[in-house]
Design a binder for this molecule. Sequence first.
Ligand code: AMP
Length: 260
Amino acid sequence: MLPGVRLVVLGKQGAGKGTQCVRLSHHYVVPHVSTGDMLRAAVKSGSLLGQKAREVMDSGELLGDDLIMEMVADRLSEPDCRARGFVLDGCPRTVGQAEALEALIAPVELDLVVDIEVPTSLVLRRLAGRRVCIDCGANYSVASPPRVNWTCDTCGGEVIQREDDTEDAIRRRLDLYERQTTPLIGWYTERGQLAKVNGIGSPDAVLGRVVRAIEHRRSHPHGGGRISPRQDPSSRGQAGKKRLSGSGSGGAVGRKGGEG
Ligand code: AMP
């Protein structure tokens, strides 16, 4: 059987991260776990989480680490993630979230953290034309719309421009990305878990590069003189705080104690 995978995909908004995550989730037959999609679903449902999230999301700021990691812990403890792994999209966004994620999936580790690199000028052009399905989150663009009248090809939902894709909100998100997420690149590089992938080119070309990076990493799991964080207790941060108990053979993520 094709092995599953545990991936984090990084990249500034508009780098093609969402598109690559969907493709990777089909390629490796693992769930695509997008914190942005989960939060938008919560907003739409009017849940308590959605009410808390709405204002922060509209302003382009980040939600608190604890709230996000609670939501991610719940999702990763579901059977599909436990059996096959996940492609995590939009999280971690801060070093605090990366530390919590590491503790959450311990004793297993991520297979790879992929950083999709594109210049900011290209990102701004892409974001201005981006359109998304409000129901399933599928990505389209003005240059590549759905087949029928802004109706999603996959689920029939309405395809719109996201409210937080205004130029002001986009610039704030890119600034935030620089300030808060760039340190993650250093954090994952220190752990030998990061692969930078050129995000310029067709989605197929970029997917090919990402899959090659993953397969290379799998065939050289301890390459690059990496120091395992598990050998360096000082780097564990919040280790154990949100840790889930180990699971069966898949070992992707354990179920939260006391839950179903
Ligand atoms: P995205 O679709 O990933 O761009 O996320 C949309 C919005 O959801 C962001 O601008 C944040 O307000 C919020 N959000 C998504 N993921 C996270 C996260 N990991 N940490 C904090 N806020 C997040």
